[in-house]
Design a protein around this ligand. Sequence first.
Ligand SMILES: *Cc1c(COP(=O)(O)O)cnc(C)c1O
Length: 359
Amino acid sequence: MSTGEFPITRTTTPKEKPADDTLSFGKVLTDHMFLMNYDAGRGWHSPRIEPYGPLSLDPATTVLHYGQAIFDGLKAFRGPDGRIRLFRAQRHAERFNRSAGLMCMPELPVDLIRRSFEALVGVEHDWVPRKPGTSLYLRPTIIATDVFLGVHPADSYLYFLILSPVGSYYKEGVKPVRILASDQHVRAVRGGTGEAKTAANYAQSLAGQRDAAAAGYTQVLYLDGVHRKYLDEVGTMNIMVRIGDEVITPPLAGTILDGVTRASALQLMRDWGLTVSERPITIDEVMAAGRNGTLKEMWGTGTAAVVSPVGTLGYKGEDILINGGQTGELTQKLYDTITGIQYGRSNDPHGWTSEVAVD
Ligand SMILES: *Cc1c(COP(=O)(O)O)cnc(C)c1O
């Protein structure tokens, strides 16, 4: 997609790009951002690319008080062939639109959102790092911009897209983590905002994360808010378990974020002929399988890490070691296959990647 379709103001003070092997997550932002406004009666208007910089907001701007904000997160990858590909850009743009609807925001121009990804990455193509395992992270966001202290869905919004070159999540190979199934903290309940990628879900996840870290675990495994027994999500990732020959993940039934990595992993495992169930699963079933040796693997899925194997699962004072604390065979195969498609090293049978035209 040509970047020429959007007005662009180029920076006069380009930043120095950090060396690829110094990159971590989200600390370095690129030179430009994509902006677009919404006003009731006018719709979405004024898409444009501008130099990256601070936003100026009135202190009474509604998002700062009531959190009417959504975001998404996806990546662009530079392949060994030098080409830049986005992974499942259309699906991310469609999910962004669903998040908007759930948070009482106006319908998004999904195609324009997707083109904003392509246009900005095209302008910033030199910021897509080259070292294997690195990528360019895209963070589209919408905030409510009414200046008013009343609680209501806003009449005006700002869409912004910013980009950050990120390092390899696994610098020394895929590494299992310790997770704690919490009987204290809840992530989402049906009828709430769990299905939306919204700022509020992250704000309310901080206390659970803090308590898990204090207890010596990396992440929280959330259980459902009503019965406190069904698996929900792990940290900000979707959760999958392999018990015997069945792979199980909780269904999209009102509390769970419809992860793009989740959908991709499910598709691949079905392609491979595995038995995959989207069904409710209790922590007691997982712990029992852990004790009797049928719990083979457990992992989280998300854009940042692709897969995150669980080496230890803690619940009510008991720790279960999974696969000897090592990355399981299926977890590793999913990681290798998905990253192979993302970097254009393997073929892409479902057409998940789209190449970005550079300036
Ligand atoms: C973003 C997110 C995920 C992962 O989604 P991906 O599309 O795979 O990156 C899972 N759970 C929550 C709560 C999230 O916010």
